[in-house]
Design a protein around this ligand. Structure first.
Ligand code: DSN
Length: 432
């Protein structure tokens, strides 16, 4: 057997026996994976349905149109591009499509306060294509509307972005739209994290307010790794060529041939998301996250946004005596897969940040509910409190970090929790 298949077996075991609590991860269904592994993989299809640069695309055209129709129906948009390979290239294409002059700038949430690299952060190519200025969050974890509006008035950006990688409140789409209208900007909502919540009705939709909406398809939407760019009615009212601008920015602007096997998987996940079952699922994601947040708050965890209104819990660990790095590793050794995250006004670095991000989409897919959330919160606290009692240092040296990993991977207490986690996981198989 090729080594790869042995690795697939090991990864299957790992995913089965641990709790996936990275907010941007989920389990795609067996049907999605079947479509992803299909012979659509073999086909080159540069161009769009009815206008390809290769022969043999009769079936592919039908597939891409089917996928487009499903997006339009699910999100209520007049135009969609289903070809972006993932979120970052999708955002790059949006920026490229909207750029009219080298003087254009974009306005987005700052990376250290939950923004995303692909919205013009200084280390991203999206900043070279269109320089950016950034707004942050207030002390209570809300978008800093005053700062956003002041920056918008001062810089007259071409794009105002909503969304990113960490935010725990309901997005106030109307407020973004009002500011964007005031300065003539395009309002682009990146709903990658909450795409499934919007589809399932567990978060308000930005479609009535934004000109463009982008979502990745593998997070709460539970599809393959990909992305879609939607142009809304409002977008076409602002610029009747917006659909064409986006399409030509995706291809040939940023990408070559689309991954038709991914588009097949996206089409399957969209049908799955357009069901009552998915509505219930997305509501449960939020319910679970609220319970998890509440339990942690009771145990004196500092939560950005003082809780959550979506699928994510964002913790500042400074008062706990560990940083996000140590907490994330200790949790992994105990079978809980989280990810470390910067916090507003971060004083450390993105690699060794002060915070942690947890999410409920994947464990909700497994069927876990309120009682399991309470148990998981208890384990998380046990791991973090124990780790703090072992090190009580939020600024470990490189040498101390090396020793920490060598010691903690064999730690009896963490191994015991890992066994308890495994027992729970057995009762909630990844049944998709
Ligand atoms: N990596 C994604 C996340 O975890 O939020 C964003 O690209």
């Amino acid at each position: 057997m090729d080594k790869v298949f042995e690795l697939i077996k090991r990864e299957t075991k790992r995913q089965n026996e641990t709790l996936q609590m990275i907010p941007s991860e989920n389990y795609a269904s067996a049907d999605v994976r079947k479509a992803m592994g299909s012979i659509f993989e073999n086909k080159y299809a540069e161009g769009y349905p009815g206008k390809r640069y290769y022969q043999g695309n009769i079936v592919v055209d039908e597939l891409e149109r089917l996928c487009q129709e499903r997006v339009k129906k699910l999100f209520g948009v007049p135009h969609v591009n289903v070809q972006p390979l993932s979120g970052a290239p999708a955002n790059l294409a949006i920026i490229k499509g909207l750029q009219e002059s080298e003087k254009n700038i974009q306005l987005s949430q700052i990376l250290s306060m939950g923004g995303h690299l692909s919205m013009g952060q200084s280390v991203s190519v999206t900043n070279i294509v269109m320089p950016a200025v950034h707004y942050g969050l207030t002390a209570d974890g809300e978008i800093n509307w005053r700062e956003l509006e002041e920056l918008a008035i001062k810089h007259k950006p071409k794009i105002i972005w909503a969304g990113g990688t960490a935010y725990t409140r309901i997005f106030q789409w109307k407020k973004y739209a009002e500011i964007a209208d005031k300065v003539g900007a395009y309002f682009v909502a990146d709903i990658s994290h909450i795409g499934g919540l919007v589809a399932g009705g567990a978060h308000p939709s930005p479609v009535p307010y934004a000109h463009i909406v982008m979502t990745t398809t593998h997070k709460t939407l539970r599809g393959p790794r990909g992305a879609i760019i939607m142009v809304t009615k409002r977008g076409l009212q602002k610029n009747s060529d917006l659909d064409k601008l986006i399409d030509s920015a995706v291809f040939p602007g940023v990408q070559g041939g689309p991954h038709m096997e991914t588009i097949a998987g996206v089409a399957v996940c969209l049908a799955e998301a357009n069901t009552q079952k998915f509505k219930k699922y997305s509501a449960q994601i939020v319910k679970n996250a609220k319970i998890l947040a509440n339990e942690l708050r009771i145990m004196n965890y500092e939560l950005i946004g003082d809780g959550t209104e979506n699928h994510m819990v964002w913790i500042d660990l400074t008062n706990k005596g560990v940083d996000g790095w140590a907490a994330a590793w200790a949790l992994e050794y105990a079978g809980i897969i989280a990810n470390r995250q910067t916090v507003p006004n971060e004083r450390k670095s993105p690699y060794y940040p002060s915070g942690l991000r947890l999410g409920t989409p994947a464990i909700t897919t497994r069927g876990m509910k309120e009682p399991q959330m309470r148990q998981i919160a208890k384990w998380i606290d046990e791991v973090i409190s124990y780790t703090a009692s072992e090190i009580n240092n939020i600024d470990l040296s490189q040498e101390q970090r090396k020793t920490f990993k060598q010691v903690m991977i064999k730690d009896k207490k963490l191994l015991l929790i890992a066994q308890e986690v495994k027992d729970l996981c057995k009762k909630f198989p990844i049944n998709v």
